[in-house]
Design a protein around this ligand. Structure first.
Ligand code: PLP
Length: 598
């Protein structure tokens, strides 16, 4: 059968039909009897996109009516969605209906003001608008020529952020360094390890070693608190066997890497014929927000010629505030520095900024030069082609999100957002400290509070069971979501405060939920509301007011309901709070009464 193709006008759309040349029958007739296949139509886009915005606005408004952590069981969706794709097009309304009934139950609501797990996902109106623009323009700016604005805006905004962080000029493009927006901190550290490896392979092969020999001798150093992204990057980079030295930390350094331990490990390795090539320090570890001693690590890195990477994925954002900037002291001794604006800077996922002093080191490890990408400007080397500083070829226009957020909130708004998160965390910490049944496990540096129910004397598992039960019960009822870690063998609860919609009242609510449940688990008198040594100041309304008044009111995290705040969610969130509370094991009314007793 020979197919002839013909263009037909159908419902105002040009469509292509296939006809059998002999019988004249239409072979491919999906345009005739059904809705025309129309991947893009401006008016349909306008209408559908409005529908999507309406849907999302309702979702944000009602977010507290959903259980924060999804309550479904594994495999729930496989039973509800067909196992083959539909043959015929379906409508947006049909899809929305499934989103509501089938997808939302399986969503863990990262934007909920009661999401305190892991590190929260950052979010804002400007961040979302930036994400819309990024997706809407859908450019692929792998080379300058592929979309000059994408490349140049990225250079500009990463420079803006570098200046806000007061990074040494060597990291700025104006000072010979450079920044790039990667998708995640994992990708950022991986490209740095590849650059470091290349530097060492070049050096030692020039001295006569074989490449494989160099690879087998390269050793990297992290602490046992370093994010697993470094271990993964080492695996991918072929850092062989146990040539990643994961150095122990303990409570004596608040779980920061000890320079003495690092030095000892380096000396042992050199004595055994290894080549130390890479060390990672962290500002704000994942478990507890510990901060490694950057100056001391930087000095050791310099003495032994290693690449020094700083992972500040979470806490780096805080360092735009002068009071937190000292945590970055020593960054001047690093080769690379990374922070994730999508963790705390009101940027929607994904956005991970990486600064390097020597962008050519990345290029040397990663660049390729296929014919089909050649162009005058790249050949003349008068532009940056970001594809040569990252793993994939393709890249999103992520800079536009950062640009919009920085413009629409300003540095002052971003600082206020950080400070509000920290103030709420401080308040939560003070509530924990004031309660004789709880304790702080490690000092709070930013907006993460590590705490636990104190173990009873002679508790065989040192408090693990009660703390785990406490967390599991609360997370299972969906009112709030927080997670745990283990440090130095101590099972520790983590309250990561700073989600965009979180208000002081959510923090006091969470504390009431935690103490009420702990009270129940310990068999204490619930009427006492788990009060503190000093009486019952734990969750009183005056506490609540004092946090409120302590927080600056800003266009970014307005505690009043105004159209200028990131989501306009303040009053709405407060209005929705009772809905959430009713789904808790203890009703909202019970908890309010409990608060009143306190
Ligand atoms: N580094 C730290 C300190 C983190 O806390 C995290 C994630 O929480 C990461 C790296 C990984 O970040 P990403 O998911 O962007 O790779």
């Amino acid at each position: 059968m020979v197919a002839l193709y013909e263009l037909v006008l159908y419902d105002g759309l040009t469509c292509m039909n296939a006809r059998d040349s002999r019988s004249d029958a239409i072979i491919s007739d999906n345009m005739v009897n059904k809705a025309p296949m129309s991947p893009f139509n401006v008016e349909e886009f306008r209408q559908s996109a409005h529908q999507m915005v309406e849907f999302l606005a309702d979702y944000y408004r009602d977010i507290e009516s959903y259980p924060v952590r999804s309550q479904v069981e594994p495999g729930y969706l496989y039973k509800q969605i067909p196992d083959t794709a539909p043959e015929s097009p379906e409508t947006l309304d049909e899809v929305f209906s499934d989103v509501k009934s089938k997808i939302l139950p399986g969503i863990t609501h990262w934007l909920s003001p009661q999401f305190h797990a892991y590190y929260p996902a950052s979010f804002s109106t400007a961040g979302y608008l930036g994400e819309m623009l990024c997706g809407g323009l859908n450019v692929n700016g792998f080379s300058w020529i592929a979309s000059p604005a994408a490349t140049e805006l990225e250079v500009i905004v990463v420079e803006w952020l570098g200046k806000l962080l007061n990074l040494p000029k060597e990291f700025l493009s104006s000072g010979g360094g450079g920044g790039i927006i990667e998708g995640t901190a994992c990708e950022a550290v991986f490209v740095c390890i590849l650059a470091a490896r290349k530097r060492f392979v070049d050096k030692y092969t020039a001295e006569g070693l074989l490449e494989g020999e160099v690879h087998s001798k390269l050793v990297a150093y992290t602490s046992d608190q370093t994010h697993s992204c470094v271990a993964k990057a080492c695996k991918m980079a072929g850092v062989q066997g146990d040539n990643l030295r994961i150095l122990p930390t303990d409570a004596s350094t608040d779980f920061a890497l000890s320079p003495a331990v690092l030095l000892q490990a380096i000396e042992n390795d050199i004595a055994a014929g290894f080549i130390p090539f890479f060390v990672c320090g962290t500002v704000g570890t994942t478990s507890s927000s510990a901060v490694d001693p950057l100056h001391a690590i930087g000095d050791l890195a310099k003495s032994f010629g290693m690449w020094f990477h700083i992972d500040a994925a979470y806490a780096g954002s805080a360092c735009i505030c002068p009071e937190f900037r000292p945590f970055l002291d020593g960054v001047e001794k690093a080769d690379s520095f990374c922070l994730n604006p999508h963790k705390w800077l009101l940027i929607n996922f994904d956005s991970s900024c990486l600064w390097v002093k020597d962008p050519k080191a990345l290029e040397s490890a990663l660049s390729t030069d296929p014919e089909y990408l050649k162009n005058k400007h790249s050949d003349e080397k008068n532009v940056i082609d970001f594809r040569n500083l990252q793993l994939p070829l393709s890249r999103r226009f992520r800079a536009v999100k950062l640009w919009m957020v920085m413009r629409m909130y300003g540095a002052s708004g971003l600082r206020t957002h950080i400070r509000n998160g920290v103030r709420m965390a401080k308040h939560f910490e003070s509530l924990v400290k004031a309660n004789r049944h709880f304790e702080i496990v490690t000092p709070r540096n930013f907006a993460l509070v590590c705490f636990r129910v104190k173990p009873q004397a002679n508790d065989p598992d040192n408090g693990k069971t009660i703390n785990q039960k406490l967390m599991d019960t609360i997370n299972a009822n969906g009112t709030v979501f927080f997670t745990h870690t283990v440090m130095g063998g101590v099972y520790t609860l983590r309250m990561a405060i700073g989600a965009t919609m979180t208000q002081p009242i959510h923090v006091t609510d969470t504390w009431a939920i935690i103490t009420t449940e702990a009270n129940r688990l310990l068999g204490l008198d619930s009427e006492m509301c788990f009060n503190s040594d000093s009486g019952a100041e734990m969750c009183s309304s005056s506490d609540n007011e004092s946090v409120d008044s302590d927080c600056e009111s800003t266009p970014v995290l307005n505690l009043s309901d105004s159209e200028e705040q990131p989501l306009g969610a303040g009053a709405l969130a407060a209005a929705m709070r009772p809905l959430v509370a009713l789904s808790a094991s203890n009703s909202f009314q019970e908890r309010t009464e409990c608060i009143a007793v306190a």
